[in-house]
Design a protein around this ligand. Sequence first.
Ligand SMILES: [Zn+2]
Ligand SMILES: [Zn+2]
Length: 288
Amino acid sequence: MAFLSIEFLGTAGAIRTPRPGCPCPLCTTARRVGIPWERTGPSLFVHGPNVLIDTPEESALQVDRAGIRQIAAGLYSHWHPDHTAGRRMWETRNWDWRGWPPQHLCTPIYLPPNVARDFEVMLGLAENFRYLEEKGLVKVHIMDRPLELNGWRITAHPLAADYVYAFLFQEMDGHRRVLIAMDELVGWTPPPIFRGVDLAVLPTGVFEFDPFTGERRIPIQHPVLRHEATFRQTLQMVERLEPARVVFTHIEEPDGNSPEALVRLADTLHRERGWEVTFAYDMLQIVL
Ligand SMILES: [Zn+2]
Ligand SMILES: [Zn+2]
């Protein structure tokens, strides 16, 4: 059996916890306690195939904190700043700045086709990666075919919003499958090919309603409800996916859910629906 475990390097969404300068109870406690209250930007590492997915602004800190030595490849789910702003991780990690002759590391980076398209026009991303390529620190590839690493076949699948991709990891000498979607499930209906995966990692979605009282938290006219999947919509996706286990991540500070509330919510979902549910926190490791 091929080995696979997922280490959640960062479990915030676009808004980290604590948010700079925020006096709310969630951020105040996060500053005092750290993990599991504190959440850095969205990224995870898949041990086994040894791939890093996305580089939020704290990426260098996250990779070092996790003690990750070998990175076989870097993957990007989409261009959004919360998933790419820490791309200098490749520079600070791979550059042998003082050695002579220099012995740089050079990591292959795989961009699904529409991600490569967007990198050309958004945030100077393609320009920045060409700079890293010129230094010999990364090699950028278009991910237009499956990637095979340490017994796992990895494929990229566009979601309803076609600028963002989910990654499917399939065991090459077995039947186990892991689906990882980093963000942007809005409007998505999971296709049958993903049904019954052994593990699904999904963004939590925004909490339009209080998950315990049902009270509305986000005004119905708020534009975020047009651009982001809600938690309730995400639960409908889980109903279609029927995964053996689901881990929710990309947890936004403005939703204000404490780690205790999320544990309680996971228990409720388990009791009411029979699901194996975990809300991720930074440095959580899930072994398949
Ligand atoms: Zn995001
Ligand atoms: Zn706050």
